[in-house]
Design a protein around this ligand. Structure first.
Ligand SMILES: [Zn+2]
Length: 746
């Protein structure tokens, strides 16, 4: 199965109360941690899973800034259902009546706010509270495991508490340090940030103490009945916690942990924590917390996760969980993590360009102009559009910065940024300044890309050759930025294919106007010009640079689904339900009609044609023909692949004959039972042009992308006699990955 959704994590969105006092300290020397206002907690927690109840004692030390700056009572918020059970007469703790306009959190419902008034000069107080925290369906909640149960709360299945459960008192957006004793049922393991100081059996209970002297965004507490595996990697303790004993699986993860810790430490600087743990969750989540990750049982058993999601989660300990995100000004950590984890793995496999094309395709298909937004407004991924901006666009922007600075300066800037902002919050601006310093400039190269929505669009024309000497030619071209608005500042890579040479002539030119005449001197007769052949620029791809794919159907603004009136009753009903389910999750108009009620296919929207017996099936024929494919009553032939109707469910997309920016999709099966599975699975196959499935599950047996023809950035050079010579693009120079690949097993 494809696994593109729960790739990783963003911490649940947390509230930010006004301007952070922390910003005053941006330019303090970063190693002086005392310079940050930090709330210290010493927690004693008892877990009672049978009735979902936690009992907590918290000894709190407030920073000077909080006590004196407020000049009076200090406010904090706690989960509304928790009952504050004991109060010391020295501290006046007063619950405030819920008042949304006065709320620190802006979310008065689940929280209750209090004030505490301390004796003059005092900075410490203690609080006892208890209550039930029940697993809630996190419908619509931000975060990568959104719109599904994440197993939050406390139950006999396990515990999962973080800042968004408000299970400990929170004082605005202060960072925290903490120590925490937890008592849990026998056989349970409980994991938090930082280092485990001890773990012991206390009667029928397990007791464990975690110590986190490193400033943190929030306090996480996870666990359940788990088996622990451990290995030391240098000074780092690496751990795996599984719900069922499985030494082989644990070993795979311990090996991968050592491998990626080694890569990232060499690249970015020392891992910031004393341990890293993989914790298996009974819900299918993909969360990364500082010094551990919480992944679902199914997820950790997909073999490809070891070298896709898993390194991504480990790398979050530098970006997001080592340097924290100041969410109010945009989340830079996902794009940077995707670039240095996911993209790096692809680059090491020699598939970096294809990966970048995929990222650009997601942006082109899911981010219509009306849905676009600037990176500074990205918080977390909750649908393909936010993913295409917050991950895909952002990673392309980091790729451009790297190309601009060169690998050494790029890595140097990141190392310096990490060193300076470790255990602090940072913004896109902080990153931009780090890059600018590395480039020896005052202005960062990031600003136009992160502060505004949109993307450049390129066009090339008038590509001609001029002979200068025996083996010296000029290629001339006019390159245009066709997007509305101001021009972007681009460094455009080009490859010129020369007569009689296997390797292309490659260079770059600066484009910072809307229209530019370019002359490139080449050492041979130029036959073909390819602009940005390896997808190094963040830009909106031309339709002809991307084969039609399912992402175009699921990303379309307007959709019509055409149902087959001639199909038998049970199939008609199953198609109708499939269309209904897609309509419900679609962001925009999604109409459903019987084919007998449709006179002709609309030309202003994507159209799903459903069923073998749909009367519009023939609309696909000319386009399929162009791809050497055909659909008949017996089945579908794609090149040498045959997908027979009696054994297969088939899905394919072609360009809309009326508008190449739109797609037609066809889904056909005779198996009623396969349709619900197709409805669930297809959104995960976005990059494919065609798919074949077998059985009711259904199981994918064929997939592919149509070959590309007619990219407008790939042009044959007009020769001096006015002709062109059709040749494929010559070989491009191999590119070293940012980090040289090393064998996975040490
Ligand atoms: Zn992530």
């Amino acid at each position: 199965m494809e696994h593109s959704e729960r790739r990783a994590r963003v911490k649940p969105h947390r509230w930010v109360a006004g301007l952070s006092a922390f910003s005053l300290f941006l330019f303090a020397i970063p190693t002086v941690l005392n310079a940050q206002p930090i709330v210290k907690h010493d927690l004693r927690v008892v877990l009672h899973p049978e009735d979902h109840r936690i009992e907590v004692e918290d000894a709190i030390m407030l920073p000077d800034t909080l006590v004196s700056a407020s000049g009076g009572p200090v406010r904090f918020a706690l989960r509304a259902g928790l009952l504050v059970t004991s109060r010391d007469p020295h501290w006046a703790i007063t619950p405030l009546a819920p008042d949304p306009s006065q709320s620190l959190s802006g979310h008065p419902e689940p929280t209750r706010e209090y004030t505490v008034t301390l004796p003059k000069g005092a900075r410490t107080f203690a609080l006892s509270y208890q209550g039930a925290i029940v697993d809630e369906v996190q419908e619509g909640k931000e975060g990568e495991g959104s719109a599904e149960e994440t197993g939050r709360g406390l139950s006999s299945q396990g515990v999962f508490l973080s800042g968004s459960e408000w299970w400990y008192p929170q004082f605005g957006d202060q960072l925290v340090t903490f120590a925490m004793n937890v008592r849990a049922p026998g056989g349970w393991e409980v994991i938090s940030q930082g280092e485990r100081m001890f773990r012991r059996r206390d009667g029928a209970l397990e007791e464990v103490r975690w110590n986190s002297p490193e400033p943190q965004d929030e306090i996480d507490l996870v666990g359940g009945s788990l088996t622990e595996y451990r290995r030391a990697v240098g000074k780092i303790s690496t751990l795996v916690f599984l719900r069922e004993p499985d030494q082989a699986l644990a070993d795979q993860y311990l090996d991968a942990t050592a491998h990626y810790l080694d890569i990232y430490q060499k690249l970015l600087g020392s891992y910031p924590y004393k341990k890293f743990a993989l914790v298996e969750n009974f819900r299918e989540t993909g969360f990364g917390m500082p010094s551990f990750t919480l992944l679902g049982s199914k997820v950790i058993r997909f073999p490809f996760i070891l070298h896709s999601s898993y390194p991504h989660e480990i790398l979050h300990n530098w970006w997001g969980n080592g340097v924290f995100v100041d969410v109010a000004t945009g989340n830079w950590s996902e794009g940077l993590t995707a670039y240095l984890a996911d993209h790096l793995v692809q680059e090491q496999n020699g598939t970096g360009a294809a990966y970048r094309r995929g990222a650009l395709q997601r942006y082109a298909d899911y981010v219509a102009a009306a849905r676009d937004f600037p990176l500074v407004e990205f918080r977390s991924r909750h649908d393909p559009t936010t993913e295409a901006v917050g991950y895909s666009k952002a990673l392309m922007v980091f790729h451009m910065v790297r190309r601009e600075l060169g690998d050494e300066a790029f890595i140097g800037a990141l190392r310096g940024f990490f060193e300076r902002f470790r255990f602090r919050r940072a913004t896109f601006t902080d990153l931009a300044l780090a890059f600018a310093a590395a480039a020896g400039r005052t202005a960062g190269p990031l600003a136009p890309w992160v502060e505004k929505p949109g993307a450049p669009e390129l066009k090339v024309e008038g590509v001609a050759a001029f002979k200068q000497a025996a083996d010296r030619y000029l290629v001339t071209a006019v390159v245009e930025q066709t997007q509305p608005g101001a021009p972007y500042r681009l460094r455009v890579p080009v490859a010129v294919t020369l007569e009689g040479r296997d390797e292309a002539y490659q260079t770059t030119f600066r484009l910072d106007t809307k229209r530019l005449g370019v002359e490139i001197q080449v050492p041979g007769r130029p036959l073909r010009l390819d602009v940005d052949p390896e997808f190094d620029l963040f830009r909106r791809l031309d339709r002809n640079e991307i084969p039609p794919a399912l992402s175009q159907m699921f990303g379309a603004e307007k959709v019509l689904a055409v149902l087959p009136a001639a199909a038998e009753e049970s199939l008609r009903e199953a198609y109708r339900q499939l269309a209904d389910s897609w309509a419900t999750s679609h962001d925009g108009p999604f109409d459903i009609q019987w084919d007998t009620d449709v006179e002709e296919l609309p030309t202003d929207r994507a159209v799903w044609i459903m069923g073998w017996d749909n009367r519009f099936r023939t609309a696909l024929a000319p386009a399929l023909n162009g791809y050497r494919a055909a659909a008949t009553d017996q089945g579908v032939t794609i090149g040498r692949t045959d997908l027979s109707r009696d054994r297969h469910s088939v899905v394919l997309t072609v360009r809309h004959p009326a508008d190449p920016a739109l797609a037609l999709g066809w889904i056909a099966t005779d198996r009623v039972a396969a349709l619900p599975g197709l409805g669930r699975k297809l959104p995960h196959y976005g990059k494919y042009s065609y798919l074949g499935f077998e059985g009711d599950e259904p199981t994918n047996v064929a997939k592919g992308e149509w070959p590309l023809t007619g990219s407008p950035l790939s042009v044959l050079v007009r020769q001096t006699d006015g002709t062109t010579i059709d040749v494929p693009t010559a070989k491009l120079a191999p590119r070293p990955a940012l980090v040289k690949p090393v064998p996975v097993t040490p």
